[in-house]
Design a protein around this ligand. Structure first.
Ligand SMILES: C[S@@+](CC[C@H](N)C(=O)[O-])C[C@H]1O[C@@H](n2cnc3c(N)ncnc32)[C@H](O)[C@@H]1O
Length: 442
């Protein structure tokens, strides 16, 4: 691949949006016991930022599991040696590009269940046989274990599953694992494929229609953030700078966007804390800063003016930039929840802009039309629209239709009933990613 991306996966035929391109079992996967999430005053709600922390704990467990597996299995050891170990953590780095491994090694060879271990790594049982004869050669050096640590940092996928158990109670399951072929997917801030987990298996699905020879790209982190924050994420964990077209366009406007990015990052954190405090019903909390939500909702107005002043920006390019400030557009609906006593100023009383929800959805779909985060954003827009305009409003009908279309791209053809359930599931999952997107009724 060009641009220092090392190896990558390239499509050999055209594919339609929603088509499954790859199905893969994990080499190893660990899950954290479900966390009880209850709603209402006094409830234990995980704080913003827990996502990373929990996955870090899981990552340590994954390293231990992989070391144990590599100790037992030659094949696992060989597989892991093909994966890039980046330079995160300041340790020894791989010099990209690494050699392209043989496809025979990567694809699962045995369909005979008796030859599989419980994580579907096919030849593990045969390797166990080999292990008996090869014990001295199987010992692992400290360097090898350190490399597995870096392989996990660079290649592991983390995800959460949220289930509503009852009206008041939800549960969440955190998982983290290594899936071989998906580990060769490079990152883009406008990804063209998405990963969907079914059971333990990972499916790689086309997020838009794709042409033969296109490189397949996923998102490694939250792509609905300003460029500066995205760059921090990629540098901290994967040690690279993304040069996708969206990053280039946003980079070229850095001067105009700098102030806005700083204000956005600050206001969004403040607003998230405020909404969380409100959600927990603790008005005496220091974080009860209602104007942060209002100020966040005002930022898109400034951004729209900045965009208008840029000559030659295409519709897609403008939408890429809007997507980086998406919580501002979604916060507009949140103004309704703020305490009227605090809202003496005229600007706080403006009616919520219906168009902001539509703009947010357009922007998210331009970034990636079939992406779990795009679906979450659609689910939030639907929730806000119901709250603002009523269940039977035209806006709700339009947004629901779009949410179902995103579902189709992510999960393929399903009945309307299932698609509706998937949208509801996305609304619940929103809680696990960002308090700002909370679907609580006000
Ligand atoms: C999960 S691996 C992806 C496969 C990798 N290219 C390889 O050769 O094994 C992640 C690493 O790929 C590289 N990478 C991924 N996306 C990139 C991008 N958009 N630009 C530059 N490097 C990228 C970075 O070195 C990153 O740490």
């Amino acid at each position: 691949m060009g641009g220092g991306r090392g190896r990558g996966l390239v499509l050999t035929t055209d594919a339609a949006a929603g088509e499954i391109l790859l199905v893969c079992n994990p080499v190893a996967m660990v899950s954290k016991a479900e966390t009880k999430i209850a709603e209402g005053p006094g409830a234990t709600v995980l704080r913003t930022g827990c996502w990373t922390g929990s996955h870090e704990v899981l990552a340590d467990q994954l390293v231990a599991l992989l070391c144990a597996k590599a100790f037992r299995s030659c094949r696992i050891r060989k597989l892991l040696s093909t994966l890039c170990a980046g330079s995160a953590g300041g340790g020894q780095t791989d010099r990209l590009p690494l050699p392209v491994p043989s496809i025979d090694l990567l694809v699962e060879q045995s369909s005979d269940p008796s030859k599989r271990d419980d994580h579907g790594d096919g030849a593990a049982k045969q390797d166990d046989e080999g292990f008996k004869q090869e014990v001295p050669g199987m010992l692992m050096s400290l360097q090898e274990m350190e490399r597995i640590f870096r392989v996990v940092q660079c290649n592991a996928f983390g995800y959460t599953r949220v289930q509503r158990k009852s009206k008041k109670e939800m549960s969440r399951c955190w998982s983290c694992g290594i899936w071989m072929l998906p580990s060769f997917l490079n990152h883009s801030c406008t990804p063209n494929v998405a990963s969907v987990i079914v059971g333990d298996a990972m499916m790689i699905v086309a997020s838009r229609s794709l042409k033969s020879n296109e490189e397949l790209t996923v998102s490694y982190f939250d792509i609905f953030r300003p460029l500066k924050e995205r760059r921090c994420s990629m540098l901290k964990s994967w040690s690279f700078i993304c040069c996708c077209k969206r990053c280039q366009v946003e980079g070229s406007l850095q001067e105009s966007l700098n102030f806005l990015s700083q204000a956005y990052s600050f206001q969004e954190t403040e607003a998230a804390h405020t909404l969380q405090a409100r959600h927990l019903g603790s008005p005496a909390d220091d974080t009860w800063n209602v104007s942060s939500v209002v100020n966040l909702a005002i930022l898109p107005e400034i951004l729209e003016k900045v965009l208008l002043r840029q000559p030659g920006l295409s519709r897609d390019e403008s939408n890429w930039i809007r997507a980086s400030f998406i919580c501002g557009y979604l916060a507009d609906g949140q103004r309704l929840m703020t305490d009227p006593d605090h809202l003496k100023e005229e600007r706080y009383k403006k009616p919520v802009k219906r168009s902001y929800l539509e703009i947010a959805l357009d922007a998210a779909e331009t970034v990636s039309p079939g992406h779990p985060q795009t679906l979450q954003i659609a689910a939030v827009c639907q929730d806000r629209a119901i709250h603002m305009y009523g269940k039977n409003s035209l806006l709700v009908k339009q947004v629901s239709k779009r949410a179902m279309r995103i579902c189709l791209r992510l999960f393929g053809k399903q009945t309307d009933e299932i698609l509706k359930k998937l949208v509801i599931a996305a609304t619940l999952d929103v809680l696990s990613s960002c308090v700002m997107f909370s679907n609580q009724k006000i």
